[in-house]
Design a protein around this ligand. Sequence first.
Ligand code: AMP
Ligand code: GLY
Length: 427
Amino acid sequence: MPLNVLVLGSGGREHALAWKISQSGKLSNLYCLPGNPGTAAIATNIAAGADDFEAVATAVSANAIDMVVVGPENPLVSGITDFLKERFPDLMVVGPSRQGALLEGSKQFAKDFMARHAIPTAAYRSFTSATLGDAKAFMKTLQPPYVLKADGLAAGKGVVILDDYESACTELEEMFSGKFGQASSKVVIEQFLSGIEVSVFVLTDGRDYLILPEAKDYKRIGDGDTGLNTGGMGAVSPVPFADAAFMAKVEDRIVKPTIAGLAAEGIDYRGFIFLGLMNCGGEPYVIEYNVRMGDPETEAVMTRIGSDLLSHLEAAAKGSLAGETISIENQAAVTVVMVSGGYPGAYKSQYPISGLEKAAAAANVFHMGTKAAGGDIVTAGGRVLAVTANAADMVSAAGKAYEAAGEISFMDCYRRSDITKDLLKYL
Ligand code: AMP
Ligand code: GLY
């Protein structure tokens, strides 16, 4: 039976998920809530917030939705999956239960889970203001730099890395005093891992799993990984240093025990797991779990899946992933993110965007922060567009992505010019 599918969220990740789902032979109607001007071209947008559970329930009833795919972490951590399953027992939901979402919603939960299941990660302890003295004593036992993590969700800003003991102590006190609100009333302090990061994506039904294409993200605003952290300035997949031997270690040491651990603890988990990994001299360590896909990694990853994503999502939601096989295209995908000047600090919006059609002739242009205004598409966020090109190899894909991005312009537009350059040495 063809499915009516609702994708929750409004960014480039959701546009890329919707784009891939829209190609499925199993699809009847596709909706996005709230979606964006990019998803409007391939789906019906429903104006509401993804955190407004009642509005989501109304959209599910009104459109006879068979499956909800949850894009962002916030509704998952707030329990949207449990809420929807209680309201609509037959609805398929791609996204973990509230309990499963703790893997992202609480750093301490995630670290304790890894410890229980012997999953490689940085040594750590967690503290509250009542144990400030112990926290400082624990830091003394570590080598700098010091890694401090707010326990709860802090919009991607809750991790602070400091080079000296004194400033780490000051930061710790500020975190306990509410620097990240409730999220930092508990703080995880951990060992610094040095290496190169890679993101690995898994789709699971809580028992079986598919490993999606891996990707590398570019977090800093400036070329050469300089300047402030952002949501992500680009992505590449495959990742040249994540070779078969490394990926086999990831599967054996991390993917398998993670999923077996969820099952053993009776945690209902049907959805994506995003493993933020550090490759330390060829050995994988988990830096963080996310309970959703990455953005902008999804905009690269989706273009490399050859098989029917909706079929995989249906199997994940129903618990029948054992029968699924994923096919992954050999070609490379490179995503260049175009941002508003000033981002990740203050920036202006509402600037008309030109060249979208020309760029779309050679690349997939996923909308991250745009809005329709009159007949125009205008900027409406820090990260505005994710331009993804595919080619036989990484160098050609990067050339094509930059060429397509070059067709697009808006006032004060900025992008990094070095996406993939750090990886040339691994080719
Ligand atoms: P997270 O929000 O947990 O992804 O952390 C943000 C960033 O901080 C990561 O992407 C890493 O670059 C860095 N990071 C987090 N934990 C560690 C660690 N234990 N060692 C080194 N870098 C880390
Ligand atoms: N690109 C990193 C993230 O989605 O968290």
